[in-house]
Design a binder for this molecule. Sequence first.
Ligand code: PEP
Length: 249
Amino acid sequence: MRKPIIAGNWKMNKLTSEAVELAREVKDKTGTIADREIVLCPPFTVLSAVKEVIKGSSIKLGAQNMYWEVRGAYTGEVSPTMLKDIGCNYVILGHSERRQYFGETNETVNKKAKIAFSIGLIPIVCVGETLQQREKGETLTVIEEQVKTGLSGLTKEESKGLVVAYEPVWAIGTGKTATPEEAEEVQRFIRKLLGQMFGKENAQAIRILYGGSINPDNISVLMSCEDIDGGLIGGASLNVESFLKVVRY
Ligand code: PEP
């Protein structure tokens, strides 16, 4: 049985006081929820402040990106050990905004995923096709390349802890959600690929999230799909009411 994850990706939003307030409200109002994992992924600047607020609760902390070396002359970058040191459990890798605006590739995602595991961080590896790729019928080919290259070289043992997020680029921040059928087709395909890479049994343990305009109205139907094990939530995670409704789907 895979425990669902509801992860809030705050992107480049929230100053310290706003982050602390949101995290505190989420903590206060989710205290009794035990059948799903809640993960908050604030910007680097407020990771420590949010960690302080969620201390003593079961809420987990995630970063939105990192570099693939642990230290050195890499001005402006943040290392996996720094994230671990600050109390992160998770790190989002290969988000489509990183791929689109900052040159993230399947190869850099792979370097990051490997080092994340070696440091004890769980990567949430994002994959997803653009609208143009979907319209050209390339969705599954694109996903296959992202999964196979992005996760290449991970061990079977590591794979069990892995989290993958299917996020169709055309659904992120657009208000257009994939239908449950569209999402499930790709989620099932991803699990099949993971089975080929890491063995069927391990693939059954891997949580595959869906992300793309999830909101309180569409979360339940998406979560009823067999291969959707949670959600990566952008816009709806910035507001306590909508995030709590999503958490309590
Ligand atoms: C995301 O940023 O990962 C995301 C899915 O955003 P939104 O929910 O706003 O579409």
